[in-house]
Design a binder for this molecule. Structure first.
Ligand code: HEM
Length: 491
C-alpha cells in the first residue's frame, strides 16, 4: 500500500524531538544554554533552523497553538524580521503567563506586568512609542547625567582597596539605582527602596523555570510569591502615579514625563498602560546596561594594552574628573571599547517575535503564530563580517562600518531600543569614572554564560579592587568556563 508523506506544520530543518521527553528536551537544552545549543544547530542546519523539526514547541509566545520555534541569524534575515513590523509581532516577556491575566482578580496585574512597548504592535506600537519619545529625547536623556555621576560616585566611594568584589552584583545595584532614580525620581541608596526592589524581585522570579512549570497560586509555590509581589508592586506604583499627579507634573523623571505625555490627537496613557511602560523601561533598562558594563570590565581585565590606551584617553580628556556630557564625544576609544564589547558579548543575545500572518523567511514557509528568535550573538560572530570574530579588538572599528543589520546590540527597525542614547551615556560615565580611579584585577575563576533574555555571567564576576596603578598585566589569564568559546583569550 502506498503511504502519503504529510508535510509537517513547520517545515524548517532542525533536530528531531529527543527520544524520551520529546520536544521538551530540545526546549530545555535551549533554556540551559541558548548560545551553545543554537551555535551547534546553526552549524548543522544553516542560518534558519527549528528548535524541533516539525514544530510543536512554545518558549515565548503567549498565543495558543504556537506552531513552533525558529532561530535565524545573518544580516538579511535580521533585516526581514526587524523591519517587517506588520508581520513580526512582539509579545510581553511574561510569555505564557500573560494568558493567565484574565483568570482571576489575583492574576489581573499580569495584564500589564512588563507589557508596555513589548505588548503593543502595529499602529498601537507607533502611537505609544511616539508618546514615550519625549522622555528619551537627547536633551532629556542628557539631563540625567548629573544623577548618573552622583550615583556612580557614591558607589565608588564605598569600594575597599585590596578586597575582592563581585563586579556583576555591584554593576547590577549601580544600574538599579540609576534606573530607579531616573525612572521614578527615587534614589534607593545603599539599602534599597521599595518600588525598584519589588520590580527587581518580581522580574527575578519571572525567570524561574518553576513558575512556568507550576503556575499554581498555592502558598509555598513561587507563582504564589510572584503574584503577591506584583500585587504589592501595583499598589506601590498606583500610589506613586497618584502622588505625581497630585504634585502637578513638575518632576522630570521618566514616569512623570509619561503621565504628562499627550499626542496630537489628545491621546494619553491610561493607568494600566503607565504601569506596563514603567515596568518595561525598568526591566529593559538596567540588567542590560549592568551586564554590558560587567562584560566590558571583564574584557578590559584580559586586554592590558586596550586598558592602558583607554586610560590614557580618559585621563587626557577628563584629567581624573567625572565626564560632562559635552566631553563624551571626545572619547572615541571608549566608544569603540563599548561597541566591540557588545559585539563579542552582546548583553541581549536574542530578538523574539511571533508571526502575525503566514510568511516566508529564508525560503521557508512560516505559519501564522510561529515564534522567530533572531540571534544577535551569532550575527555578531560571522567571520564574513568580522574577521577573527572571537577577538576583542576595539581598533577594528577604525576600519569597519557595519550596517544596522550586521551590528545590532540594540536591535534594528521600528522596535530598536528606545534607550540606546541613555544606555551609551550611562555606560560611558560609569566606565570613565571607575577606570580613572580603580584597576580591577580578574581573580582566576570559571565564567559561564547564563540567561536567554539577557546574557550574564552565571556565578557573577570576582575582581580584586586596586587603586588605579596601571599594573594592567596583573590578572590576565586564569579564565575558565564557556566564555572562552565566545572570546579568544590569552593563557
Ligand atoms: C546596554 C544596554 C541596552 C541594550 C543592549 C538594549 C537592547 C535592546 C534590544 C536588543 C531591544 C529590542 C528587543 C527586541 O526587538 O526584541 C531593546 C528594546 C527596548 N529597550 Fe533597550 N537596551 C539597553 C538599554 C536600555 C535602556 C537604558 C532603556 C530605557 C531606559 C531601554 C529600553 C528599551 C525599551 C523600552 C525597548 C522596547 C522598544 C520597542 O519595542 O519599541 N533599553 N533594547
Amino acid at each position: 500500500m502506498k503511504t502519503i508523506a504529510h508535510k509537517p506544520a513547520l517545515d524548517v530543518p532542525g533536530p528531531s524531538p529527543v527520544k524520551v521527553f520529546g520536544r521538551a528536551t530540545n526546549a530545555f537544552r535551549f533554556a540551559k544554554d541558548s548560545i551553545g545549543y543554537t551555535r551547534q544547530l546553526f552549524q548543522n542546519y544553516g542560518p534558519i533552523v527549528s528548535l524541533s523539526y516539525g514544530g510543536g514547541t512554545n518558549i515565548y509566545s503567549p498565543l495558543l497553538n504556537c506552531p513552533g520555534t525558529v532561530f535565524a541569524y545573518g544580516p538579511e534575515l535580521v533585516r526581514q524580521v526587524a523591519t517587517q513590523h506588520e508581520i513580526y509581532y512582539k509579545h510581553p516577556l511574561s510569555g505564557k503567563l500573560y494568558r493567565k491575566g484574565t483568570d482571576s482578580e489575583r492574576t489581573e496585574p499580569l495584564k500589564h506586568f512588563v507589557v508596555g512597548l513589548f505588548g503593543v504592535n502595529s499602529d498601537q506600537h507607533r502611537q505609544h512609542r511616539q508618546l514615550l519619545m519625549p522622555a528619551f529625547h537627547k536633551q532629556q536623556v542628557e539631563s540625567y547625567c548629573n544623577d548618573i555621576v552622583a550615583i556612580t560616585q557614591s558607589v565608588l566611594d564605598h569600594w575597599q582597596i585590596g578586597e575582592p568584589s563581585n563586579i556583576a552584583e555591584v554593576m547590577r545595584l549601580l544600574t538599579l539605582r540609576v534606573a530607579t532614580k531616573t525612572l521614578f525620581g527615587e534614589d534607593i541608596g545603599e539599602g534599597g527602596g521599595c518600588t525598584g526592589r519589588l520590580l527587581q524581585d518580581a522580574l527575578a522570579l519571572l525567570s524561574s523555570p518553576l513558575i512556568a512549570l507550576l503556575p499554581l497560586d498555592l502558598p509555598g509555590l513561587p507563582y504564589h510569591r510572584f503574584l503577591n509581589l506584583i500585587t504589592r508592586l501595583d499598589e506601590e506604583m498606583r500610589g506613586m502615579i497618584a502622588h505625581k499627579r497630585a504634585a502637578g507634573g513638575g518632576d522630570k523623571d521618566v514616569l512623570s514625563m509619561l503621565i504628562q505625555a499627550c499626542d496630537e490627537t489628545g491621546a494619553v496613557l491610561n493607568e494600566d498602560e503607565l504601569l506596563g511602560h514603567a515596568g518595561v523601561i525598568f526591566a529593559a533598562g538596567h540588567e542590560t546596561s549592568s551586564n554590558a558594563l560587567t562584560w566590558t570590565l571583564f574584557l578590559l581585565s584580559q586586554h592590558p594594552q586596550v586598558a592602558a590606551d583607554l586610560l590614557d584617553e580618559l585621563q587626557g580628556v577628563l584629567q581624573g574628573e567625572a565626564p560632562k556630557v559635552e566631553q563624551l564625544p571626545r572619547l572615541p576609544l571608549l566608544e569603540k571599547v563599548i561597541k566591540e564589547s557588545m559585539r563579542v558579548l552582546p548583553p541581549v543575545p536574542w530578538n523574539g517575535r511571533v508571526t502575525a500572518q503566514p510568511t516566508q523567511l529564508g525560503g521557508y514557509a512560516l505559519p501564522q503564530g510561529t515564534e522567530v528568535l533572531v540571534s544577535i550573538y551569532q550575527t555578531h560572530h560571522m567571520p564574513e563580517l568580522y574577521p577573527r570574530p572571537e577577538l576583542f579588538n576595539p581598533r577594528r572599528w577604525e576600519t569597519i562600518e557595519p550596517t544596522i543589520f550586521e551590528y545590532n546590540p540594540f536591535s534594528a527597525g521600528p522596535r530598536m531600543c528606545i534607550g540606546v542614547g541613555f544606555a551609551m551615556m550611562e555606560m560611558k560615565i560609569v566606565l570613565a569614572m571607575l577606570l580613572q580611579r580603580y584597576r580591577l584585577q580578574f581573580i582566576p575563576q570559571k565564567i559561564d554564560r547564563y540567561g536567554v533574555i539577557v546574557m550574564a555571567p552565571k556565578d557573577g564576576m570576582s575582581m580584586l579592587v586596586h587603586k588605579q596603578d596601571r599594573q594592567f598585566a596583573q590578572g590576565v589569564g586564569g579564565v575558565r568556563g564557556n566564555v572562552r568559546e565566545m572570546v579568544d583569550l590569552a593563557g
